[in-house]
Design a binder for this molecule. Structure first.
Ligand code: NDP
Ligand code: 8X3
Length: 257
């Protein structure tokens, strides 16, 4: 495991689930955090915990990754202490609805595409030139099993995660010859607020997604992200599919009777 002490780690979607767990997993390694999300109060609570428990230095960004002007202005305005980002965890993402494509809500599609694809691209486009210039950096994209296997009614969400997979592969190709690394971590079922967001606060429907099965925890994925980030410089973990033992595919989940 290579030391990443004092490196600057930017995590998008750090206010919840996998993003917040990544911050907790990176904190003992002595990194400095740029924590981004729309819900600033959540970021403040997390930063207070990280500062108290690990002495972490945190800079918070109230950021909607869908807003290109906001992404560019906030990231370009960072002070010298924060501007040299070493590790970018592109985690912000969401699903909306579970509908047949021909009955789907165009507003839901736009929200998923704008967040999961375009938001990731805006952040990446703003940060990676500095990584190339400094000859140091690692982009870790959170994809999904949904990017490998499409499931009924998943259509546009699955398409957005297939795009994350292709974008990760393309970025790695375009960075060939530089030391900048690219990893895609693709989880299966992880119990977070993901399903509550997908079903717009319908907690019973969200809970049913994880009923009678043992899903992954956000910490399980965070450990994998930290693993990717702490390999020696000549090792690039390009892609990992991480499933619960109770899952064998996008639609194959074992549920106890
Ligand atoms: P959560 O809903 O718990 O977290 C999603 C995070 O994304 C929140 O911090 C949210 O912050 C942030 N986010 C959403 N939209 C935006 C936006 N427009 N701008 C900035 N931040 C945004 O879900 P997860 O932790 O599960 O999801 C994290 C990632 O993992 C997503 O990309 C998701 O697709 C992926 N994933 C999840 C799986 C699962 O089963 N849970 C499985 C596979 C992949 P805020 O609302 O404060 O802006
Ligand atoms: C989240 C996992 O299977 O709900 O990407 O699409 S799934």
């Amino acid at each position: 495991m290579v030391s990443i002490h004092n490196q600057v780690v930017l995590i998008t979607g750090a206010s919840s689930g996998i993003g917040a767990a990544c911050a907790r997993a990176f904190a003992p390694l002595g990194v400095k955090f740029l924590l981004a999300a729309r819900r600033l109060s959540r970021l403040q609570t997390l930063a207070t915990q990280l500062e108290a428990e690990f002495g972490s230095s945190c800079h918070l960004l109230q950021l909607d990754v869908r807003d290109r002007a906001q992404v560019e202005s906030q990231l370009q305005a960072l002070s010298a202490e924060w501007t040299a980002i070493d590790i970018l965890v592109n985690n912000a993402g969401l699903s909306r609805g579970l509908d047949k494509l021909y009955e789907g809500s165009i507003q839901d599609w736009e929200e998923m595409i704008d967040t999961n694809i375009k938001g990731l691209l805006y952040v990446t486009r703003t940060i990676v030139p500095g990584m190339v210039q400094r000859q140091q950096g690692h982009v870790i994209n959170i994809g999904s099993i949904a990017g490998h296997q499409t499931y009924p009614n998943g259509n546009v969400y699955c398409g957005s995660k297939a795009a994350v997979r292709a974008i990760s592969e393309g970025l790695k190709q375009d960075l060939l010859g530089t030391p900048v690394r690219v990893s895609a971590v693709n989880p299966g079922l992880v119990e977070t607020e993901f399903s509550e967001v997908r079903f717009r606060g319908d907690t019973a429907r969200a809970a049913a997604v994880y009923a009678n099965t043992v899903p992954l925890t956000p910490d399980d994925i965070a450990e994998v992200v930290v693993f990717c980030a702490t390999r020696p410089p000549h090792v690039n973990i390009s892609e990992l599919l991480v499933l619960p033992t109770d899952q064998s595919g996008a639609t194959l989940v074992y549920r106890r009777p």
